[in-house]
Design a protein around this ligand. Sequence first.
Ligand code: APR
Length: 264
Amino acid sequence: MDDLERLAEEIREADTVVALTGAGISAPSGVPTFRGDDGVWDRFEEGQFTYGRFQRDPAGFWTDRLELYETMFGDGYEPNAAHETLAELACDGHLDAIATQNTDGLHAQAFETVTDSDVDDKDDSSADLLELHGNAHRVRCVDCGRRQSNEPILERVREGELPPRCACGGVYKPDVVLFGERLSAATLQRSRQLARESDVFLAIGSSLVVEPAASLPRQAARTGGSLAIVNLEATPCDGDATAVFRDDVTEALPRLRDAVTARE
Ligand code: APR
């Protein structure tokens, strides 16, 4: 039995299956990754997007943020086969939660696509979706906490409103976790609980170098879960994995789904 067949059997027999995803799962959709060839951090200075910079210089931050947003998301993009495969596994009851580091909203869109298209023969997918680093398509007022879609706010930034402000006078911040900013305690606690409880933990399309997400795979492996990594490049967690698939996500995940459903 090869690694894929063994993983498929573990997933069929598991009570709890959790996936952690990173930028690599959205790369086939055209969203650039942060590291690796032509990564975002080769084109932009990470230090321009820290929470400290936002607090010190919100106008300059938003000028750079608009350029970063248009580079990452400007061309428009759709979920790819990897997002849809995870949504299908969730609808079939083989995936209980996705914790994503991505802020592109593509997992949520894939769930909508999959549940709309097969609503008659798919369970209601009760999978948890945790956006560990927030969602780039929303902004939040740092004073009153009001959230709203970022499109009209980006338009106001383009027209020179720097920084964009809420009706209450507070500055809007992208609804993402910036470097130097803490994840919400609830999100962090939930993601660690999922790692601990998982019988199978899939780390997909992530370099696994940014904390606290990078510790989740090891946490899963340490508490007896089977860790499988799908990533084009080596990661620091490869040594803890039961199986490593040095494959493209759009190849590996549909093959895994087929292997899971073939023996049902
Ligand atoms: N199939 C499989 N793996 C891929 C693919 C693909 N088609 N394309 C890229 N990859 C792999 C790359 O080899 C790389 O190791 O995906 C990984 C993406 O790594 P990063 O760009 O570092 O993205 P990520 O791990 O999500 O970064 C974590 O860093 O900058 C912060 O907040 C940002 O959430 C992000 C965090």
